[in-house]
Design a protein. Structure first.
Length: 368
């Protein structure tokens, strides 16, 4: 008989899986953290950097830049759900082999609308490869100029889709930033990605990574987080079924990796940045974000606001105000905060400042 988990137990276990509880070990580095989480959504570079802080201990912002640009132990590319992610270098090969063709196929209609049939895309990818082999890194406008000179359409959204397509095929990835401007490099010149895996092995690895970072969770959650079709998500869970513990959440079956340690009892208070993986990892988000507050956290247009999470539940949103040498964390609680939350929130605020290398101040606005 499977164990039935109460909502509070689910949230505590998920916070533990996400390394958001108060007793996380300090040994993991940037690459180890990114590997554990399966990837960190990164269309907002500053938010992705702050996500590293929220799920770790003792790292600083420059560690993230160093891991991506100097050590190259993490890679910025398109991965889960076809969105931009930081992923571990050792994982990028098999992740792109598994997910790249899926998201290219899902984008077929948009390719047709933009006049980017298979022949055009193949020519564009070959041209991008040639351009970056000759000179690297290059910005998107620089690549667009080369493609346009070959008669390949780059107007409007076409260039964005052609660059993303080349990345999903495992040809390119993001290189070092040129000021605030992203650049692109050939993936295999930039890093040595790990090998592709057989599909069954890759599905099993993805499911294990997901449950290690997000469990307890359902098959639907895995599909929502990864972008896999439900049939493949079910297959992935089935492959590793004998390595999982089955539990029950709200009357439905869910799975978790066998637990060695019980989650700590201390309150977990975390300032999560925009698009944090904790709030993106599940099909349904109402357990972490109560319905009356959902529009504050998810205001529309795919946005996810920076969120104050206490014991796994969103209790407010926040914004940072940067001034010379100082960051102010302005918190907008949904309801009055319990008195015992404030000391931990002050600690979190100081840790944001430590991570960024600046002073930090906390301002809590009236609830509403």
């Amino acid at each position: 008989m499977r164990q039935e988990l109460l909502p509070e137990q689910v949230l505590r276990l998920r916070m533990q899986s996400q390394r958001l509880h108060p007793r996380i070990d300090a040994a993991v580095g940037v690459a180890g953290l990114v590997r554990h989480l399966g990837g960190i959504q990164a269309q907002d570079p500053s938010a992705a950097t702050l996500a590293i802080r929220a799920h770790s201990r003792g790292l600083v912002a420059d560690d993230v830049r160093r891991a991506r640009e100097d050590e190259r132990s993490i890679v910025l590319t398109w991965a889960m759900r076809g969105t931009m992610h930081l992923v571990a270098t050792e994982d990028v090969g098999w992740l792109l082999a598994l997910l790249g063709p899926l998201f290219i196929a899902k984008n077929a209609r948009r390719y047709r609308e933009l006049g980017l049939d298979g022949e055009v895309r193949a020519e564009a990818t070959a041209t991008i490869h040639e351009a970056l082999a000759a000179r690297s890194p290059q910005t998107r406008p620089e690549l667009a100029a080369t493609l346009s000179a070959r008669g390949i359409p780059v107007e409007g959204q076409a260039i964005a889709h052609l660059v993303r397509h080349a990345a999903l095929e495992g040809v390119i990835c993001f290189g070092p930033r040129r000021g605030a401007t992203p650049t692109y490099v050939l993936l295999r010149d930039w890093v040595r990605p790990g090998p592709a895996l057989e599909t069954e092995h890759a599905l099993a690895e993805l499911a294990l990574r997901y449950l290690g970072a997000f469990g307890p969770a359902t098959v639907e959650d895995l599909a929502s987080w990864s972008g896999l079709p439900m049939a493949q998500a079910r297959a992935a869970m089935q492959i590793i079924a004998d390595r999982l513990d089955e539990v029950e959440m709200a009357g439905a079956p869910a799975w978790i990796l066998p637990q060695r340690d019980a989650p700590p009892a201390e309150r977990a208070v975390r300032l999560l940045p925009s698009y944090d993986t904790y709030l993106l990892g599940y099909r349904r988000r109402d357990l972490a974000v109560a319905a009356p507050h959902a529009s504050r956290v998810h205001p529309g247009g795919g946005q996810i606001k920076p969120t104050l999470v206490v014991d796994g539940r969103a209790v407010g949103v926040w914004r940072s105000i940067r001034r010379r040498g100082t960051v102010t964390i302005a918190v907008e609680p949904f309801e009055p905060l319990d008195a015992d939350i404030l000391p931990a929130l002050e600690d979190e605020t100081r840790d944001v400042g430590r991570f960024l290398g600046v002073g930090a101040e906390l301002y809590v606005e009236p609830p509403g």
